[in-house]
Write a protein that binds this ligand. Structure first.
Ligand SMILES: *Cc1c(COP(=O)(O)O)cnc(C)c1O
Length: 379
């Protein structure tokens, strides 16, 4: 049975139908067409300093980004452990090794101190990491100032996985624009969707030119098919771009909606013992793609798991936070640096329904379920 209140549901109130009709009427629904160009230039304009290459997924954007940073066989790449598998999988596609790093409590993203310790440890073992993959989890900006200082000090480029963080800001600057390369995802449940899609951004025109070439099978500009290197079929299609453009036009509206949802949860659960929210500092503005809480079982009397089940019984979908990658069976043989923070976030965390158009009534009902759980435990 589909949940009455899903975790995150797209809102199509804009030009989605109009643009897709136009794309179909034009006859161009594949990897060339006006909506791809429009989508790229609209996103570039929003990011001010950066150019965009529209791709067919966030994962392909990460893979291509790593290719462009020269990552290859036998290299080591540092990656935030507390993230979705797609942040690290492309490291393995390239025959390189992910080195996982724990989170810090202020943003739940990569811990700068442990990051520096990790770099020093890897250098002492004989290999300097080739790149640092950082993530702005659930839309919350990572500690970019500290991370960029470390990146500059050791001359290791940052690949910024902003798949969940389009429109989020750190010190008034758009997430995605801090690293040598940044990526976004427009998958079905992200804050804006293109059905499926991604983007690679950079302010280095050489990188953008190469991303364009490599994402279209490295087909050289000749009258016949001519290839000087191995490329990929990673370009976004015009039909997806039509949906993506319509969604991008509404991004600020969606962020406003999701931030309001977050604010209401905070108000409704204010003073609730043992429930903590993902912190937002005064340097950051999260797009609040998902509102996440931690449930301290000692204080609430119930676990995140019990709460998830109670919500499900009322038709409310919730989801555990990402299981840290160093705990994943496929990655357990990879090096990990840090303590148990990411593990605790996973063990106590829950993502609450966060759609941009979630009503106050629905949120009051969700909070009522939480209160019922509490009263059950103390009966
Ligand atoms: C969704 C996501 C990706 C992958 O994007 P796709 O478009 O689904 O391939 C990568 N990293 C993070 C953190 C994500 O949430």
């Amino acid at each position: 049975m589909a949940s009455q209140i899903p975790l995150s549901f797209p809102v199509f109130n804009g030009n989605e139908n109009f643009y897709t009709q136009q794309a179909i009427s034009s006859g161009h629904i594949a990897t060339s067409g006006q909506f791809i160009d429009k989508f790229e230039s609209k996103l570039s304009k929003r990011l001010h300093t950066h150019e965009t290459v529209a791709l067919n997924s966030g994962t392909s954007a990460l893979h291509l980004g790593m290719v462009l940073l020269g990552i290859g066989l036998g290299d080591e790449v540092i990656c935030q452990s507390f993230t979705f598998c797609a942040s690290a999988n492309p490291i393995v596609y390239l025959g390189a090794t992910p080195i996982f790093v724990d989170s810090e409590k202020d943003t739940w993203n990569i811990c700068p101190e442990i990051l520096e310790d990790t770099i020093l440890s890897r250098i002492s073992k004989g290999k300097k990491p080739k790149a640092i993959v950082i993530v702005h989890l659930f839309g919350m900006p990572a500690k970019m100032k500290e991370i960029l200082e470390i990146s500059a000090k050791y001359q290791i480029p940052v690949l910024e996985d902003a798949a969940e963080a389009i429109g989020s800001k750190y010190q008034s600057k758009e997430c995605g624009t801090f690293g040598t390369i940044g990526i976004f995802s427009f998958n079905g449940n992200k804050i804006i969707t293109a059905g499926g899609g991604g983007a690679l951004i950079s302010n280095d025109m050489a990188i953008i030119q190469r991303a364009k070439l490599l994402s279209t099978q490295a087909k050289e500009d000749r009258p016949f098919y001519h290839h000087l290197e191995i490329g990929y079929n990673y370009k976004m299609n015009n039909l997806s771009a039509a949906v993506g453009l319509a969604q991008l036009e509404q991004l600020d509206f969606f962020i406003k909606g999701r931030r309001l949802v977050n604010q209401r949860y905070r108000t409704l659960l204010n003073d609730f013992p043992g429930i903590e929210f993902q912190p937002e500092s005064n340097k950051s503005i999260s797009n609040y793609w998902l509102t996440c809480i931690l449930v301290d079982k000692e204080k609430t009397g119930f676990s995140n798991d019990q709460l998830k089940t109670a919500l499900m019984k009322k038709g409310v979908e919730s989801r555990f936070l990402w299981k840290p990658l160093h705990m994943q069976p496929v990655f357990t043989m990879m090096p990990y640096y840090g303590g148990s923070l990411a593990e605790r976030l996973f063990e106590e965390g829950l993502c609450l329904p966060s759609s941009a158009d979630l009503t106050l009534q629905a949120q009051e009902m969700i909070v009522e379920v939480i209160h019922e759980e509490l009263s059950k435990t103390f009966k």
